[in-house]
Design a protein around this ligand. Sequence first.
Ligand code: AMP
Length: 206
Amino acid sequence: MKVFWVPKLPVSNLLEEGREIVNLILLGPPGAGKGTQAEKIASFFSLTHISTGELFRQEVSKKTSLGMQAKGFMDRGELVPDEIVLAMIQSVISESQNGFLLDGFPRNVEQAKALGTMLGSQNLRIDHVLSLEVPEDVIVERMVSRGRSDDHPDTIKNRLSVYREQTQPVKEFYAEQGLVHEVNGSQKVDTVFDSICQLLPKGGVQ
Ligand code: AMP
């Protein structure tokens, strides 16, 4: 068995000269492998991984009032209303000391604009948006085999149409700012991660 030693890069390797923080967004349809890649990227580049879906699932399992408010929307494959998501993300971002990697947020253009305002007021910005590209037939297959409670066939259909109608425009929103990098998400997990690492060169953020 071959054992590879992969050095953990300090965040500074990702940075433009003079910048101290790098903030990334990972976009992609449900089932594209965002969670898996997000964990790998966050750990490798020492970023805080912020997954709104995961935060909601924790609130639901703790039966908090936030969780109770979110549950119905999640079960139906709908987006949780913006005011609930934004209040939650605001507190997580303001506590984050490192750069961060957003996974599952923003999910519509209103959230993207609100994020811009939120970051602007703290002198922060989004540096890169990584878009995982996976065809729909592959996604449905992956989600059915994942077996999460909101991976029921009707919910999957709804989540995909919500993605097409509301989240796809987020990619256009950031593409107009020249921030989007597309990544082929149909490849093996490690190959996808390698492609992402090549987009985020050690030499700095271009
Ligand atoms: P995810 O794990 O990212 O697929 O999210 C699971 C569910 O949580 C989604 O289907 C939504 O109901 C809810 N959710 C997660 N992130 C957001 C967001 N940014 N805006 C609205 N709803 C969200």
